[in-house]
Write a protein that binds this ligand. Sequence first.
Ligand code: PSU
Ligand code: MN
Length: 310
Amino acid sequence: MMTTPLQLSAEVRDAFERGRPVVALESTIIAHGLPRPRNLELAGELEELVRSGGAVPATIAVLDGKARIGLGKGELERVALQDGLRKLGVRDLAPALALGTSGATTVSGTAFLAARVGIRVFATGGLGGVHRDWVADQDESADLGLLARTRVTVVCAGVKSILDVPATLQRLETLSVPVVGYRTDAFPGFYLHSSGLPLDWTVQSPEQVAEVMRAQDALGRDASALVVANPVPRSQQLDPALHDRVLAEALEAARAAGVRGQAVTPFLLAHLVEHTAGASLEANLAAVRGNVRLAAAIAAAFAATRAARP
Ligand code: PSU
Ligand code: MN
């Protein structure tokens, strides 16, 4: 029989015992979303950002068939550097545990495991979403469905513009997942401060986000997530004209090369990094850092309201 498949790091266990705020961090962006060795540097840096924000980091991954909530240094190195690490969405978790597999978890896999152990706040870069050729291949990330049934607060910088951004926002509406802009009334464009698409709700502070989370709990409806859309600062965004030009070229190159399915996203992202001379990578890193800082502040504010209202 399988014993408890979830393993908490000592730091995370200690945080739970003391009632300290914890922030979950996704591992797929480390393993598959960023080039080496910047990915390993960033993994450590993100954990430090959470700690300096007054919370405890829990980077989540599956190693040798064990779901790990909080990673040590050597484990972070494996996630960043090990060849052949799988990409695990929520549906992959059971096979991975049963077969002793190692893999990085996507937003859907990470959010599921975080919620399962009672971590409420989760920081990532961009959500998965509806792909541009959805009509042909029905490729919509499992992230969206998982967020419709999981009580977790996800801080992100929107979705990458390689996806169909209006369709992704529409799906979030259909799935009844609330999306609030952090100090913005436009959905962020990941590399860009704004995607140009409007949002219905804006919040101004981590305390306000914590109030929305409290209201979700008080309503007690079916357990949807809360998406906090936090734009990269304009000063650190990719130049919008460069973004639009290189994205169009990347989409054309993918079409010409006949790239399909799971290979499309890595192809487009690599094209963007190369043809913006690394500027897209810098904007990507800035967005993720900003999300992690905000997530720590939200987790701290949420823990404070719990302390104030037993
Ligand atoms: N967006 C990014 N970088 C990423 C991802 C999304 O800018 O690395 C990853 C996240 O882990 C997200 C996943 O959850 O891709 C979605 O993959 P799929 O479309 O296969 O569900
Ligand atoms: Mn997909």
